[in-house]
Design a protein around this ligand. Structure first.
Ligand SMILES: [Zn+2]
Length: 128
C-alpha cells in the first residue's frame, strides 16, 4: 500500500504531483497570485529555498534568505484573493508549529506580474 499522506501537497490543493510540484520543477508557471502563493507556501513547507527565492521579486528579495529557522508549516488557508491587470493579492492564514506551540500567521501578500510571470512583492501582517 502506498502512503497517500506523503503525496499530498502541503498547500492542501490535492496531490503534490498535480498541484504545486509542476511549479517547483519549472514545468508550469503559476497563472494567478493564488497559485503562486500556494506554491510558495508548499516550497516553505518542503524547504525549497531556491523556489522561494526565484518567485520573490528581485526588488524586495531579502539578502541571504534562508529557510533554516523555518517552523513546521501545518496548513494554509486562503481567505481572499484577486488580481487587476498585473497586480494581485492574496489574504491568507498559515498555521505552523514550533516545538509544542501552534501559531498562525495572517498576511495580505501583494504580487506583481512581469513578462507574464507572477512574483511575490511584499506582505503586510494582519493583526487578529
Ligand atoms: Zn499545492
Amino acid at each position: 500500500m502506498n502512503k497517500p499522506v506523503s503525496k499530498k501537497c502541503p498547500c492542501g490543493g490535492g496531490k503534490y504531483a498535480k498541484c504545486c510540484e509542476p511549479f517547483h520543477t519549472g514545468t508550469k508557471l503559476p497563472r494567478t497570485p493564488e497559485e503562486l502563493m500556494r506554491s510558495r507556501y508548499s516550497a516553505y513547507a518542503r524547504g525549497l529555498t531556491e523556489y522561494v527565492r526565484s518567485s520573490w521579486h528581485p526588488s524586495t528579495l531579502p539578502e541571504g534568505l534562508t529557510l533554516e529557522d523555518n517552523p513546521e508549516w501545518l496548513q494554509l488557508q486562503i481567505i481572499a484573493t484577486g488580481s487587476h491587470g498585473n497586480r494581485g493579492y492574496v489574504h491568507f492564514k498559515a498555521y505552523f508549529q514550533v516545538d509544542d506551540d501552534i501559531g498562525v500567521m495572517e498576511e495580505q501578500s501583494h504580487f506583481v506580474r512581469e513578462q507574464g510571470r507572477w512574483y511575490y512583492l511584499e506582505g503586510e501582517v494582519v493583526d487578529a
